[in-house]
Design a protein around this ligand. Structure first.
Ligand code: NAG
Ligand code: NAG
Ligand code: NAG
Ligand code: NAG
Length: 334
């Protein structure tokens, strides 16, 4: 019998470690710890505040990394159904606009229900409360949404890990399209764990595939996201490759994998662990948007030299129903 639940990641048990060490040349500091929270992803506002996407709550919070203060941005609990998780947050190119996906999930199963995704635009421009716009539901009955990345100021690409493909969403009107599926994005075990995180640089879409243990690139049309090439595997044999970041010059990827943050050389796929002992890292994001200079930062300030790395605690602890190691956000200089 088909289960309603589709797993978010492979059941490679990631032991909850809490003894963070860094390679020479890198350093790490704790920004904030969260009780009984699974941070799935995060985005950074032009003003430097952090918006974590939490698989354990549909309340979108904002964290001031300077003093640890938090505030509620918007409560999506129950919105448009039984939303109880925020599985996605993507910065729409430094405009203080964010695309998020809410879903119905059960983190103690590490699973979400197919098709319960709702895509929202969170507009933080100007004063007053966030302006919220519902963009898409689904997009289809089987969809499991996860990573997303802006293609330009208007179009955001979204992963469908169950479909093994990419949707595009127009943030200015209710318009979504299934751009493509690709064999390299499919889950070889057919359990809904295909492509999970994406980044876009020019005409290259970088993506992971946790159940295949791969990190790959594929050529797309930068105007509309349509596929114009075949996938090339950059690195294979990764344990649980979760979300990642790419530097401005496309030299390295910074990758959450198992209990480590890997630095992968994009020219040959070789890698080193620059941080070890992280309690279930899920994502890495630059601490400043490259688009920040549009908001008055100097180019030096937007240099890609430090990342926020978010964690989920250990998958073994969540599955046993007793997450004692807290999710956290770390700042890592690379
Ligand atoms: C942390 O890891 C280092 C290096 O592996 C080890 O020497 C140290 O004993 C560990 N500390 C704890 C508290 O486990
Ligand atoms: C969010 O909304 C839910 C449902 O109305 C409510 O139970 C919960 O307390 C709210 N959380 C916050 C932080 O406002
Ligand atoms: C949800 O997707 C998974 C993975 O593809 C599938 O096994 C399951 O049957 C789907 N569930 C429903 C209710 O369609
Ligand atoms: C993609 O792969 C197919 C089959 O191997 C090949 O025929 C085609 O030329 C390739 N396309 C590109 C753009 O490399």
């Amino acid at each position: 019998m088909a289960s309603r639940w589709t797993f978010l990641l492979l059941f490679t048990l990631v032991a909850a470690s809490n003894n963070v060490t860094t390679a020479p040349g890198s350093s790490e500091s704790l920004v904030h710890k969260y009780p009984r929270t699974w941070i799935e992803n995060l985005a950074v506002r032009p003003n430097g505040r952090i918006l974590p996407a939490t698989a354990t709550s549909a309340v979108l919070m904002e964290l001031n990394p300077a003093n640890g203060e938090q505030r509620v941005v918007h409560n999506f609990t129950g919105a448009g159904g039984n939303a109880n998780a925020i599985m996605t947050i993507a910065d729409v190119q430094g405009q203080d606009l964010f695309l998020i996906n809410t879903m119905e999930c059960d983190i103690f199963k590490l699973a979400c229900i197919n098709g319960t995704g709702i895509t929202w635009l969170v507009d933080l421009r100007g004063r007053g409360p966030a302006k919220i716009k519902k963009l898409v539901t689904g997009p289809n009955a089987q969809s499991i949404l996860n990573g997303a990345a802006a293609l330009n100021h208007q179009t955001v690409l979204m992963v469908d890990q169950n479909l093994g493909g990419i949707w595009s969403v127009d943030i200015t009107r209710p318009d979504t399209a299934n751009l493509f599926t690709n064999p390299a994005m499919l889950d070889p075990t057919n359990s809904g764990n295909g492509v999970n995180g994406i980044r876009v640089r020019g005409n290259t879409l970088y993506f992971n595939n946790p159940s295949a243990g791969t990190f790959a690139r594929i050529r797309i049309d930068p105007r509309n996201g349509c596929l114009i090439g075949n996938a090339t595997i950059i690195t294979s044999g990764l344990t649980v490759p979760d979300d990642f970041e790419i530097d401005r010059h496309e030299r390295f990827a910074y990758f959450s994998n198992d209990n480590e943050l890997l630095k992968i050389d994009l020219s040959d796929g070789n890698y080193d662990a620059i941080v070890k002992g992280l309690p279930g890292p899920t994502t890495a994001r630059w601490t400043r948007s490259w688009h920040g200079f549009e908001y008055g930062y100097s180019r030096d300030e937007v240099a890609d030299e430090s990342l926020y790395v978010a964690t989920a605690g250990g998958t073994d602890q969540w599955l046993s129903g007793n997450p004692t190691i807290l999710a956290a956000i770390y700042r890592v200089t690379v």
